[in-house]
Design a protein around this ligand. Structure first.
Ligand code: F6R
Length: 608
């Protein structure tokens, strides 16, 4: 989604801003721009399209050591050059980049109009810059102008503001992440840690209500929540969070799919106790009492994270025998949920910045519940809001489609389920068996990658399909959902995923001669029942793409059969999802799609 980058220091700003934008590209965007203060005025260049398009219209050199830059993912107003950030006030005194949504912008726009200021763009963001300039023109300082303006707006913001006549950058946060990077006589501002790591490891995460005034050598922060100035809290970023380079891989998605064995090793290293047959998730800070007394577990997430949560839910019920429920984050708060302070709430998110999940976390905390993050990005909003939980340690995930984060979310939740299970119904031997298999899983993933099966025969069927049905039962019903989501978002083919038993209650009507149906049927206690659904599809002329365990005679049932190494029945999703990720990747390529940046999608969805 939208990305912000800002610079103030002694170096020429332009190349730094362009490089910052390049590092924000993975988030997904449709237009981009920069504004630089050259000492005499502010020079702005913006364009619809990619950073490479912007580079084409940029002069070789722009004087100036202070600048702001933005990648826009359209919310209010079409994808046009005028709507692209940075936005400028009518008098040219203030320039601004904004992430988030200003809810009362229509009212504010009318108010500006009555005082003779007409907004030129359709965006909600422009009212901010016009209001700040209005305050400034009435004699307020830059900080006072920003403070007064932010008191008048409702909504969410991460903003970075540059002034023509004042040597300072002001940034502020409310609901949209913003990070300051502190260098030697220079300051950076970014909505994401990735662009900062090549410049500095010293960062300050803004909290909601924070406003920071930056010069190259100073940071002055105030908090509207605390009603006073606050000391910047410097965090040192871990080396591991430097930007991931593509290397020899053709795409980030390809790279990240094949990184899964190593990412999984990272995720479980030091977190399992084989001897006791249990998990050890130190960051959860869960005492025996808390685990024993928890009446139920509720998990939250969006998209792929929601599907991983659903697998976690089933594993918790299987191992710990306590009720567990998964919620779609965007639905959670709206339904005024009842929160039990003894229950355990898990917020699952790769980016840790998903607005829907953040609002669910806030709702739980407001009502006295305890929330644990299951998050990839260190220091992200969800990780900091929860203050406890487990980092899944996938490393940077740059492709919009989530792959290695999915398997690590499932793995982390498996370890959690083992830990919870061992305080209740899971025996030491059962726990040990699961841990042994979990530790073997990276190796089994590698084994699958050595022999991926007839993927291209399956791609022939999928690429020509009007729609695709995915079926599975139990844990594999969730894997079916993930396979459908991946294929749909990357190849733009309508996909439906159903628990196999539910297929005959409606979706079967879609089947025609030759319709591809992807069936996930590992050799577990549900396989025979899944087979009945498979036969019902075949009887209607469907072409079956079957994902099954190596050596299982069920292979004969598929028109295209793809084998994965057999695993513990609780751990099959970690293997059966791999061919589905590859099918989505290869089908998308066959159809000429941009696999790393699918249309309309963003890596981190920071608006509700
Ligand atoms: C699918 C995908 C999205 C994300 C969802 C949640 O490939 O990437 O469905 O899973 O937007 O994002 P996070 O995990 O960052 O909260």
């Amino acid at each position: 989604m939208c990305g912000i980058f800002g610079y103030m220091g002694r170096k020429n700003a332009l190349p730094l801003l362009v490089e910052g934008l390049r590092r924000l590209e993975y988030r997904g965007y449709d237009s981009t721009g920069v504004a630089i203060n050259n000492g005499e005025g502010i020079v702005t260049h913006k364009t619809v399209g990619k950073v490479t398009d912007l580079k084409e219209i940029l002069p070789d050199h722009i004087e100036g050591t202070t600048g702001i830059a933005h990648t826009r993912w359209a919310t209010h107003g079409g994808v046009t050059q005028v709507n692209t950030h940075p936005h400028a006030s009518s008098d040219g005194a203030v320039h601004l980049v904004h992430n988030g949504i200003i809810e009362n912008f229509r009212h504010l726009r009318r108010h500006l109009s009555t005082s003779g200021i007409e907004c030129v763009s359709e965006t909600d963001s422009e009212v901010l810059v016009q209001l700040i300039a209005q305050e400034l023109a009435s004699g307020s300082t830059p900080l006072q102008s920003v403070q007064t303006t932010l008191k008048r707006v409702r909504g969410t913001w991460g903003v970075c503001i540059m002034f023509r006549d004042h040597d300072e950058l002001i940034c502020a946060r409310n609901g949209s992440p913003l990070i300051i990077g502190q260098g030697q006589n220079e300051m950076f501002v970014s909505s994401d840690p990735h662009p900062l790591t090549s410049h500095t490891q010293r960062v300050i995460y803004l909290d909601d209500g924070d406003i920071a005034v930056l010069t190259p050598t100073s940071i002055n922060m105030t908090s509207s929540v605390k009603g006073r100035s606050v000391e910047p809290n410097v965090t040192v970023l871990e080396e591991a969070w430097s930007e991931s380079e593509l290397g020899d891989a053709p795409h980030y998605m390809h790279k990240e799919i094949y990184e899964q064995p190593d990412a999984l090793r990272q995720c479980i290293a030091g977190r399992v106790d084989r001897e006791m047959g249990t998990g050890r998730l130190g960051g959860m800070r869960l005492g025996h009492e808390t685990l024993m007394q928890a009446p139920h577990v509720r998990l939250l997430g969006c998209g792929t994270a929601n599907i991983a949560a659903e697998i976690g839910q089933m594993l918790i019920e299987k191992m710990a025998r306590i009720p567990a429920v998964t919620h779609i984050s965007s639905e959670f708060r709206n339904n005024d949920p009842v929160i039990n302070p003894k229950a355990l709430y898990l917020a699952v998110s790769q980016s840790g910045e998903t607005a829907d999940t953040i609002s669910a976390v806030k709702e739980i905390k407001l009502k006295g519940g305890q929330v644990f993050g299951v998050v990839n990005v260190v220091g992200s909003t969800i990780a900091r809001l929860c203050g406890q939980g487990v980092y899944i340690h996938s490393g940077p995930e740059q492709s919009v489609a989530s792959t290695k984060a999915f398997t690590n979310m499932v793995a982390a939740l498996t370890v959690f389920a083992t830990q919870l299970g061992r305080t209740r119904h899971l025996s030491k031997e059962q726990g040990r068996d699961i841990i042994d298999h979990l530790q073997q899983t990276p190796h089994l993933m590698e084994k699958y990658f050595e022999n991926e099966g007839p993927l291209h025969e399956a791609v022939d069927l999928l690429a020509a399909a009007k729609s695709v049905l995915f079926l599975g039962r139990g844990l594999s019903a969730s894997v079916a959902r993930e396979g459908a989501l991946k294929l749909m978002e990357l190849a733009y083919i309508p996909c439906l995923a159903y628990p196999a038993g539910e297929m005959k209650h409606g979706p079967i009507a879609l089947l025609e001669k030759g319709s591809p149906v992807v069936v996930i049927a590992p050799n577990d206690h549900l396989k025979e029942k899944t087979l009945s659904a498979l036969h019902e599809c075949k009887a209607r002329g469907a072409k079956i793409i079957l994902i099954h365990d190596e050596g299982d005679s069920i292979a004969e049932e598929g028109d295209v059969s793809i084998a994965v190494p057999a695993n513990h029945p609780y751990l099959t999703p970690l293997l059966t999802v791999l061919p589905l990720q590859l099918l989505a990747y290869h089908t998308a390529l066959r159809l000429g799609r941009d696999v790393d940046r699918p249309r309309n999608l963003a890596k981190s969805v920071t608006v509700e």
